[in-house]
Ligand binder design. Structure first.
Ligand code: 13P
Ligand code: SF4
Length: 309
């Protein structure tokens, strides 16, 4: 079956929109109406007039879209596509942590379950975390969760001293500094692009630290021709598309050739076709949880809009 063609037909019939994160496979990115980082996907979901959103990414992204669009049908191609970072922050344990620190405001990365967002004052993504943290008064006491690496990085560039939850992404934690430095010897002119979910040792050798969208923009606009990319390898598809004359080399992990998120790679064209045809199972969020979780998500979108992000 020509899945791309069938998906296109169903999309029109059902007034559906397909959104995809940069970490999915190239064939999915190629049929998506929107490709983006976590912030862009939330922004697109908030303003779409489609009746059905197919979110090709992981489950928390579908939840965020559903919270923003409670009257729309939100589908993810594989409901089992989770996220090790979201899993590293169980809502009951996070609630205990928050309760143990009265007087603290809670800043949560978007890679969290709806239940964790419901305990949060403002959600951030890697595209806006610095600016949103800086929007709090300098003496505001802040908790940041769940990504410890991102929290440490934001502390280091803002001079804050946020209390950090000890969570992490198994994909971004795997990069090898030794192997990246070996690659640099082979490609001495290459710039090292690093996602802030990576360990401090990797951030320390970066020429540019940023969200997937920021790394993409930097690489496309740079006058350099070679880049070693320390984030999930799916982003290389769009980098190569937007800058076909440049060389993008996936940064090596401790073992293996490049770093794939097995959850993101659970999205396939066949599954996109099937979920759009069947429209079930759909992503649902407990309305009580959604009522609380929408506030910090909207706050993030409002601050981002004000800052032009
Ligand atoms: P961004 O898309 O915000 O860069 O986040 C990366 C990520 O790990 C998404 O799961
Ligand atoms: Fe989660 Fe990491 Fe996969 Fe992103 S790359 S979805 S943070 S496990």
């Amino acid at each position: 079956m020509d899945y791309a063609k069938e998906i296109e037909k169903l999309k029109k019939e059902k007034n559906a929109v397909i959104m995809s994160h940069y970490y999915t496979t190239g064939d999915i990115q190629d049929i998506a109406d929107y490709i983006g980082d976590s912030l862009a996907l939330a922004q697109q979901a908030a303003k779409t007039d489609a009746d059905i959103i197919v979110l090709c990414g992981v489950h928390f992204m579908g939840e965020t879209a559903k919270i923003l669009c409670p009257d729309k049908k939100v589908l993810v191609p594989d409901m089992a596509a989770g996220c090790s970072l979201a899993d590293s922050c169980p809502a009951d344990k996070f609630e205990e942590f928050v309760k143990a620190h009265p007087g603290y405001k809670v800043v949560s990365y978007v890679n969290t379950t709806a239940a964790v967002k419901a305990l949060t004052d403002v959600v951030v993504t890697s595209s806006n975390a610095k600016q949103i943290v800086e929007s709090f008064p300098a003496d505001e006491k802040l908790i940041f969760g769940p990504d410890h690496n991102l929290g440490s990085y934001i502390n280091s560039i803002t001079g804050r001293n946020m209390l950090l939850w000890d969570g992490g992404c198994h994909v971004h934690e795997k990069f090898s500094k030794t192997k990246i430095l070996e690659l640099k010897k082979q490609y001495p002119d290459a710039l090292v692009l690093v996602h802030p979910e990576c360990k401090e040792s990797i951030v320390s050798i970066a020429d540019k630290v940023g969200s997937t969208a920021a790394l993409l923009k930097f690489a496309v606009n740079s006058d350099k021709k070679e880049f070693i990319v320390a984030t999930e390898s799916g982003i290389l598809h769009e980098m190569q598309k937007q800058a076909p004359d440049k060389l993008f080399i996936p940064a090596p992990p401790e073992s293996g050739a490049c770093n794939n998120c097995e959850y993101m790679k659970m999205n396939t064209l066949e599954k996109v076709y099937k979920i759009l045809k069947d429209e079930t199972p759909e992503v649902l969020v407990d309305p009580e949880v959604a009522k609380k979780a929408i506030k910090p998500i909207k706050k993030m979108l409002e601050i981002s809009a004000k800052l032009g992000l």
